[in-house]
Design a protein around this ligand. Structure first.
Ligand SMILES: *[C@@H]1O[C@H](CO)[C@@H](O)[C@H](O)[C@H]1NC(C)=O
Ligand SMILES: *[C@@H]1O[C@H](CO)[C@@H](O)[C@H](O)[C@H]1NC(C)=O
Ligand SMILES: *[C@@H]1O[C@H](CO)[C@@H](O)[C@H](O)[C@H]1NC(C)=O
Ligand SMILES: *[C@@H]1O[C@H](CO)[C@@H](O)[C@H](O)[C@H]1NC(C)=O
Ligand SMILES: *[C@@H]1O[C@H](CO)[C@@H](O)[C@H](O)[C@H]1NC(C)=O
Ligand SMILES: *[C@@H]1O[C@H](CO)[C@@H](O)[C@H](O)[C@H]1NC(C)=O
Ligand SMILES: *[C@@H]1O[C@H](CO)[C@@H](O)[C@H](O)[C@H]1NC(C)=O
Length: 456
């Protein structure tokens, strides 16, 4: 369907701009690349039977209760979890079982692989962290439940991972806080159905992983809890997050350095700071993020919608991103690129270098904006944003004052674009094909027809 649309769209462009020359073909390539950005939702190498069936499936149950876990929410079950993990990890086809109906108090723990084949981590009960910051193991300052070096492991169940973070939220931001669930240095991982809540800091971190499928996960933290990102992806490739609902005090999803081929599908976000790529480039660091797709999302009352944020002084690039089919309800900054991100009490000086941003497509994004700047492309003077593609955008402010802000941003648009984004074309560096005001109205009408006929 998309391909068909692209073909008819290109056909129209060729007819309309047969004389535009090489730059036309550059834009075709960009659109083509953005269209082709696709990451398979179900990885072929993933496990064929994701559900454990105790006897018939030949599974070996390793129940934490059998290792002395009490599950009364008061007794320390850390040792029982560690022992059960060791047994489970070394037993082929085992199920590390946290049974339903109980609360297990567990300290910061590293659950390390590699493990025997086909391990399932079945979380049906609740795992809670100690709530008193003074009791936190100083040797494990940044993590709570940390799973590493796993291959082909399924995490599933209707259970809850509760970081008991409220006392930490109130304490200084200088304190080392822990992320609730971390999966790192692992591959072919599936996470399904869990609820992660009240983390001290980030709720769920996917770090240095390859091939991860996350579905039907819920993240829940108060809207004013600091730095409690919902799902944070760093150094990871081939990750799909789908059918997940996130409400938290920071970014619902954040994607940072060395991440590529990330797909998010059917995501609900709110409250929170939106879906972000970044922040990137802090302290003059290099960051690369490529091939990111967000398809079908509802953002409600968030402080940003779809955002790319980079610090001055960084290097590297963000390239090949598509945000599409997104509904915004009362969102401040629904579409934003901010190359002047500065999450610091001191003002950040402008510098000559910045993380480069190009080939970013926004398609079928509609709804209401809380701020005047429904679209904001605040790009570095020395490192402009290029090839920003807008297609069928309709963002309205109740009082009718929505507008688009651009600084050093170049791009083009197709279809209806409201508020108009003429400023994207005003930094003409010879790339621009479509003058929104003049040529595009007619073209949009014709393409608009095609969109309704081919895309629905
Ligand atoms: C688990 O296994 C590791 C590595 O073999 C060992 O160092 C640790 O003491 C074991 N822990 C328990 C609780 O048995
Ligand atoms: C957790 O670890 C700390 C420090 O090692 C210890 O004081 C505490 O008793 C442990 N258990 C719980 C439940 O906090
Ligand atoms: C935070 O953790 C780091 C090590 O990860 C340590 O060097 C530092 O002293 C800790 N800071 C505080 C305030 O505990
Ligand atoms: C970014 O990722 C690359 C590749 O993994 C790594 O070498 C580099 O140290 C990372 N940069 C930062 C700031 O973490
Ligand atoms: C980043 O680079 C700029 C320009 O070279 C320099 O002034 C600044 O101190 C550097 N910042 C850090 C945190 O290294
Ligand atoms: C546009 O996005 C909305 C919100 O996700 C969706 O309901 C609608 O079907 C999309 N329209 C098209 C033409 O894909
Ligand atoms: C950095 O540059 C931007 C764009 O030119 C400008 O709006 C902003 O005021 C500058 N910031 C500083 C701290 O100079």
């Amino acid at each position: 369907m998309n391909k068909l649309f692209l073909v008819s769209f290109l056909g129209l462009l060729i007819t309309a701009y047969a004389v535009a020359g090489n730059m036309l073909y550059d834009n075709f390539n960009i659109l083509g690349e953005l269209e082709d950005l696709d990451i398979a939702e179900e990885g072929a190498e993933l496990l064929e039977d994701p559900f454990w069936i105790s006897e018939r499936g030949g599974k070996v149950l390793v129940n934490v209760d059998s290792f002395g876990a009490v599950g009364d929410g008061v007794s320390d079950d850390t040792e029982a979890f560690r022992k059960a993990w060791n047994t489970s990890c070394s037993t082929p086809k085992s199920v590390f079982l946290i049974p339903p109906g109980r609360r297990y108090l567990v300290n910061a723990t590293k659950f390390q692989g590699p493990c025997a084949d086909r391990l399932v981590v079945q979380i049906d009960g609740t795992i809670v962290a100690p709530d008193e910051p003074n009791d936190w193991d100083p040797k494990l300052p940044r993590l709570w439940l940390d799973f590493s070096k796993l291959k082909g492991v399924v995490f599933q169940g209707n259970g809850v991972i509760d970081g008991s973070g409220s006392k930490w939220w109130a304490s200084s931001c200088k304190k080392n806080k822990s992320n609730a669930l971390t999966i790192e240095s692992s591959s072919s991982i599936k996470v399904k159905g869990l609820t992660i809540q009240n983390s001290q800091q980030m709720n769920f971190v996917i770090s240095r992983c390859d091939s991860v499928r996350v579905s039907e996960v819920q993240v829940s933290c108060p809207g004013d809890s600091p730095n409690t990102d919902g799902i944070h992806i760093t150094g990871s490739t081939n990750v799909v997050l789908q059918d997940s609902k996130i409400g938290t005090g920071d970014d619902c999803i954040s994607i940072v350095n060395a991440s590529s081929a990330i797909k998010m599908k059917r995501i609900y976000c709110g409250p929170g700071h939106g879906v972000s790529i970044g922040s990137l480039g802090k302290d003059n660091s290099t960051a690369i993020v490529t091939k990111v797709v967000l398809d079908t999302a509802l953002l409600r009352e968030t402080t940003n919608g779809v955002r790319i944020k980079t610090w001055q002084g960084g290097s590297g690039y963000v390239r090949g991103v598509r945000f599409e089919n997104v509904r915004m309800e009362d969102v401040a900054n629904p579409i934003i690129i901010d190359q002047f991100y500065c999450d610091s009490p001191k003002t950040c000086q402008n510098q000559t270098s910045a993380v480069q941003i190009s080939q970013i497509m926004y398609r079928n994004i509609s709804g209401t904006t809380k701020s005047k700047e429904a679209m904001k492309f605040a790009c570095s003077d020395t490192t402009p944003c290029s090839n920003i593609v807008l297609s069928n955008i309709n963002l309205e402010k109740k009082d009718g004052t929505a507008e688009t802000y651009c600084n050093s941003a170049q791009g083009f648009g197709t279809g209806i674009i409201n508020p108009s984004a003429d400023c994207l074309n005003s930094h003409d560096k010879g790339y621009i094909l479509i003058d929104h005001k003049e040529n595009n109205a007619e073209l949009a009408e014709r393409i608009g027809d095609r969109i309704t006929h081919t895309e629905l």
